[in-house]
Design a protein around this ligand. Structure first.
Ligand code: UD1
Length: 420
C-alpha cells in the first residue's frame, strides 16, 4: 500500500489539464453493453475504478482495450450476466451494469452493494424504477436477480428521501432505451454525467429527450449500435484543483474544464474571495488573501456537489471566521473531520452539519484516507500545513484522480509517493 508524504507551504502556479469525468465514464462503459458492435470512447481516465469496470465488463463477455485515454468496448459473448460480490464490493458503481444487462439480455444477476465509508447507500430506487418498467426482481443469496422478456415503457417517479439518484437515473434511462414504447422519468437526476450518458446513448441510436432536466423522456428502439463518444471533463477534479489554487494563494490555469458544470462551486469560491476567471477551455483560479467564511449546503445538481464538500471544508478551515457546512446528500459523509482535527482544524459536528472555525494554520500530521473525496481533502490540507503530512491508504485517491501527486508537483507541490 502506498502513502503520500507531503511537505506543505508551497504556492501552486501553472497549468493543469482536467481529465475526463470518472463518474460519466463508468455508466457510459456499462451502457456499451447495450450496443451491437464496438464503442470507441475517448478521454477515459486511467483510474482504479475504470480498471475495475473494465474487468467487470470483461467477465460479462466484452473485450475492453484502454490506452492513452481511448477505450474500445465490444461485446463478444452474452452468456454470463452475473456481476459477482467480489467486484461490486470493490466498486459500488458496478450497479450500473444492472439496467443495461436486463434490457439487452433479458436477465441480470448483480450482487447487492453494501454500505461504504460515506454511509448507507441503498439501491431501492434503482429497483423501483426497473420494476416499473416491468422487470421481475428478487433478492437471492445477496444478489439482485432481475428478469424481463422485454421491458415496457411507463411513467415513473424516481425521487427519494434525499432527492434524485444519479446512478439510479443512469440505470433506468439506459434500460428504457430498449423498452417497448415511451418511458417518462420524473425527478430524474440532472447531473451533467446523466446528460453525457444520454448523448452517448442517442449517438448509439436511442431516442432520449430532456436529459439534464428532472423529466427525461425515452422512446424505446429495437436495437442500438456501437459509436464513438468523448467523455465530459471531470467537474469534481476541476473543483479540487480550484481549491488547491485558492488554499495555497496560488494561480492555476485549468484547461479542459467546464465552468458551466461548476456554477455553484464558482459562486461559492467567489463569495469567499477566490478569483475565478474564465479562460479558453477552462479557468484561471487565484487567491491572494485570507478568505471569508461562508455557509454551504450540498444538494443535487445544479447545487453544491457532495463530492466537493470535504475539499471545501479544508479551505474553510483557514477562512477568517465561522462557516457552516450541511450535508444533504450523504448525512454521514464526515470521515475527514476527525483527520482534519488531527491537523489542528477547529470543527464541531452537529448531526449532518459541521461548524468550521477558521484557524491561522494547519499542522502536518499522519492521517488516514477513508474514502475518495475525503482523501482529496487531506491532500489539500497537506499542501498548506506547516511541516510534513503523511497520508496513509492513498489507494482511495487513486480510484478517482489520475497521478494526482505528479500533477500537483508540476504546479509546485512537494508530494512523494512511498510504498509502505
Ligand atoms: C453518484 C456518484 C457519487 C456522488 C453521488 C451524489 C458515481 C459513480 N457516483 O453516486 O460520487 O457522491 O452520485 O452526487 O457517479 N439513494 C436512495 N436510494 C437509491 C439510491 C440513492 O435512497 O436507490 C439516496 C442515497 O443514499 C443518497 C442520495 O439518494 O442519499 C443520492 O445518491 P445517488 O445519487 O444515488 O448516488 P450514486 O448515484 O450512488
Amino acid at each position: 500500500m502506498d502513502k503520500f508524504v507531503i511537505r506543505g507551504g508551497n504556492r501552486l502556479k501553472g497549468q493543469v489539464a482536467i481529465d475526463g469525468a470518472k463518474n460519466a465514464a463508468l455508466p457510459i462503459m456499462a451502457a456499451a453493453l447495450l450496443a451491437e458492435g464496438p464503442c470507441d470512447i475517448s478521454r477515459v481516465p486511467a483510474l482504479a475504478d475504470i480498471t475495475a469496470m473494465s474487468d467487470l465488463l470483461g467477465e460479462l463477455g466484452a473485450s475492453v482495450e484502454h490506452a492513452d485515454g481511448r477505450m474500445r468496448i465490444e461485446v463478444r459473448d452474452e452468456s454470463n450476466s452475473h456481476a459477482q460480490y467480489e467486484r461490486v464490493r470493490k466498486m459500488r458503481a458496478s450497479i450500473c451494469v444492472l439496467g443495461p444487462l436486463l434490457a439487452k439480455r433479458g436477465q441480470a444477476r448483480v450482487s447487492m452493494p453494501g454500505g461504504c465509508a460515506i454511509g448507507a447507500r441503498p439501491v431501492d430506487l434503482h429497483l423501483r424504477g426497473l420494476r416499473a418498467l416491468g422487470a421481475q426482481i428478487e433478492l437471492d443469496n445477496g444478489d439482485i436477480v432481475a428478469k424481463a422478456r422485454r421491458l415496457r415503457g411507463t411513467s415513473l417517479f424516481l425521487g427519494g428521501p434525499f432527492g434524485s439518484t444519479v446512478l439510479g437515473t443512469a440505470n433506468v434511462m439506459s434500460a428504457a432505451t430498449l423498452a417497448e414504447g415511451r418511458t417518462v422519468i420524473e425527478s430524474a437526476a440532472c447531473e451533467p454525467e446523466i446528460e453525457d450518458l444520454a448523448d452517448f446513448l442517442n449517438a448509439m441510436g436511442a431516442k432520449i429527450r430532456g436529459a439534464g432536466t428532472p423529466r427525461v423522456t425515452i422512446d424505446g428502439v429495437e436495437k442500438l449500435a456501437g459509436c464513438p463518444h468523448e467523455v465530459i471533463p471531470d467537474r469534481i477534479e476541476a473543483g479540487t484543483f480550484m481549491v488547491a489554487a485558492a488554499l495555497t494563494n496560488g494561480e492555476v490555469t485549468l484547461t479542459n474544464a467546464r465552468l458551466d458544470h461548476l456554477m455553484a462551486v464558482v459562486d461559492k469560491l467567489r463569495e469567499i474571495g477566490v478569483n475565478v476567471e474564465p479562460s479558453a477551455g477552462g479557468a484561471v483560479v487565484s487567491s491572494a488573501r485570507r478568505l471569508e467564511p461562508t455557509d454551504v449546503t450540498t444538494q443535487p445538481y445544479p447545487g453544491f456537489p457532495t463530492d466537493l464538500q470535504a475539499q471545501l471544508m479544508t479551505l474553510l478551515c483557514l477562512a477568517d471566521g465561522n462557516s457552516v457546512i450541511t450535508e444533504k446528500i450523504f448525512p454521514d459523509r464526515f470521515m475527514h473531520v476527525a483527520e482534519l482535527l488531527r491537523m489542528g482544524a477547529d470543527i464541531r459536528k452537529e448531526g449532518p452539519t459541521a461548524i468550521v472555525t477558521g484557524v491561522r494554520r494547519l499542522i502536518g500530521a499522519p492521517v488516514m484516507a477513508s474514502d475518495l473525496r475525503a482523501s482529496a481533502a487531506l491532500v489539500l490540507a497537506g499542501l498548506v500545513a506547516r511541516g510534513t503530512t503523511e497520508i496513509l491508504r492513498v489507494y482511495h485517491i487513486d480510484r478517482g484522480y489520475e497521478r494526482i501527486e505528479q500533477r500537483l508537483n508540476a504546479l509546485g507541490a512537494d508530494i512523494q509517493r512511498v510504498s509502505e
